[in-house]
Ligand binder design. Structure first.
Ligand SMILES: Nc1ncnc2c1ncn2[C@@H]1O[C@H](COP(=O)(O)OP(=O)(O)OP(=O)(O)O)[C@@H](O)[C@H]1O
Ligand code: NI
Length: 359
C-alpha cells in the first residue's frame, strides 16, 4: 500500500469515529445546497480532531450530521457512512439515535441557550439528564450534579445548582452545559464553536477545561471553529474545510509549520498578529461559494492565487503532501514532484478510482 492510499483510507490507528463520503444536502425551493460534499475523516480514541474553515464551509452541518440532527429539507445521502465505536449511525432510527446522543456522544454548541432551558434550574436539568441517561435519582443525583459542577470548575456548586441559567455568566453557562453533557458520561464530545461567544480569557479557560476533562476521562473530541488560533491550542489533528469539502488534513504541527493547500496558507495568514498588515488581519478576497452542483472543478480556484487552467475543469483529489504520514491536500499543485500534466492526470485517475468504488 502506498503512503497516499493509507492516508486516505484511515487517518487514525484506532478510530472511535470514522466518517466516510459524508454527503449532506439541503433541498430548498430554489436550489440544492451540497453543504457537506463527500468528506472523510477519523477521530481516534482520546484524540482531539479539529475542523476549521470560514463561515458557510459546512462545519456545523458536519456536526449535526454526526449527531443525527439533520432535518427536512436536509438529508444525509445514502452513500454516506458514519461509524461510531464500530456501529453504523446512518442506519439508526430516530429512537436509536436518541440513545446514542444520551450516552455515547455529547454536543456543546456556541450558544449555551441551545442546551439549557431557561425555566428550570441548572441543578434540575443536570439531575434530569442523570435520571434519563444513567438512572441516578434522589440524593445520589444531587450529589452527582454537584460533583459535575465542581468538575467543570464552577465555584460554590451547591448554591449554584438552585440557580437558573440566566443567573450564570456566559463562561459559567458554557461550563454548566459541559457539566450537563458529562452527566451522560459520553466517550465523545462534539464542540461547535463553544468559545466563540466568550472573551479571550474565558475562552482560554474553557479550552483548558476541555483538555483536563479529556485527560481525566479519556474523551475523544471533535472541535469545530473558524479560528486557527484556537485550533493551534486544542487540536491534535486538523481538517481544513472549504465549500463543503476537506481541502487539507494534517497533524496540527505539520499544518502550521508546513501548510500546503493555498486555502490553508491564506487562512494562516489571516491569524491576527501573524503577519504584517497594519490592522494585523489579512482577509481572503471573495466569498465561500454555496456548492449547488457536484464538484467538477476546484471550488477554491476563483479565489486562489495559484490557480491555472485545469483547476476549472478537474476536481482535485486528496494526495500526500509534505513529509509526514497522514498529511494530504486536494489541490492540483500536488504531488509537487510531478509535471503539471502528470499532476492533472494523477487527479483525473484518482477521481475515476473513487467514483468506481462507490456503489
Ligand atoms: N437548514 C438549512 N437549509 C438550507 N441550507 C442550509 C441549512 N443549514 C445549513 N445550510 C447551508 O449549508 C452550508 C453550510 O452551513 P454550516 O452551518 O455548516 O456552515 P459553518 O461552516 O458551520 O459556518 P459558520 O462558521 O458560520 O457556523 C451553508 O451554505 C448554509 O447556508
Ligand atoms: Ni457553524
Amino acid at each position: 500500500m502506498t503512503r497516499s492510499q493509507s492516508a486516505t483510507m484511515t487517518d487514525s490507528e484506532d478510530p472511535i469515529l470514522s466518517v466516510r463520503d459524508l454527503q449532506t444536502v439541503f433541498y430548498t425551493d430554489n436550489e440544492t445546497v451540497r453543504a457537506v460534499d463527500s468528506i472523510s475523516f477519523d477521530v481516534g480514541r482520546g484524540e482531539t480532531v479539529g475542523i476549521v474553515g470560514e463561515s458557510g464551509s459546512g462545519k456545523s452541518v458536519t456536526a449535526r450530521s454526526i449527531m443525527g440532527l439533520i432535518e427536512s429539507p436536509g438529508k444525509v445521502l445514502p452513500e454516506s457512512s458514519i461509524s461510531f465505536a464500530g456501529r453504523e449511525l446512518t442506519d439508526l432510527s430516530a429512537e436509536q439515535y436518541q440513545s446514542v446522543r444520551g450516552s455515547g456522544i455529547g454536543m456543546v454548541f456556541q450558544d449555551p441557550q441551545q442546551s439549557l432551558n431557561p425555566v428550570y434550574t441548572v441543578g434540575n436539568q443536570i439531575r434530569e439528564s442523570l435520571k434519563i441517561n444513567r438512572d441516578i435519582t434522589g440524593e445520589e443525583a444531587v450529589e452527582e450534579a454537584m460533583r459535575l459542577l465542581q468538575a467543570v470548575g464552577i465555584p460554590d456548586a451547591k448554591r449554584r445548582l438552585d440557580e437558573y441559567p440566566n443567573q450564570f455568566s456566559g463562561g459559567m453557562r458554557q461550563r454548566a452545559v459541559i457539566a450537563m453533557m458529562l452527566a451522560c458520561d459520553p466517550d465523545f464530545l462534539i464542540c461547535d464553536e463553544p468559545t466563540t461567544a466568550l472573551d479571550v480569557t474565558i475562552q482560554a479557560q474553557i479550552l483548558d477545561l476541555l483538555k483536563e476533562l479529556q485527560e481525566e476521562r479519556g474523551l475523544s473530541i471533535l472541535f469545530i471553529t473558524h479560528d486557527m488560533g484556537v485550533i493551534a491550542d486544542i487540536a491534535d489533528r486538523v481538517n481544513v474545510m472549504y465549500a463543503g469539502q476537506i481541502v487539507e488534513k494534517a497533524a496540527v504541527e505539520d499544518l502550521f509549520s508546513n501548510p500546503q493547500h493555498p486555502y490553508t496558507k491564506a487562512l494562516l495568514r489571516s491569524i491576527p498578529g501573524e503577519h504584517s498588515r497594519a490592522d494585523g488581519l489579512e482577509t481572503i478576497e471573495g466569498q465561500v461559494p454555496t456548492p449547488n452542483e457536484p464538484a467538477d472543478h476546484c471550488r477554491f480556484a476563483p479565489r486562489c492565487p495559484k490557480s491555472f487552467g485545469a483547476c476549472d475543469k478537474v476536481p482535485p483529489q486528496h494526495v500526500s503532501v509534505g513529509d509526514s504520514e497522514g498529511h494530504t491536500a486536494s489541490c492540483l499543485l500536488y504531488p509537487d514532484d510531478q509535471s503539471e500534466t502528470a499532476r492533472v492526470e494523477t487527479h483525473i485517475e484518482k477521481e475515476s478510482e473513487r467514483t468506481e468504488e462507490q456503489p
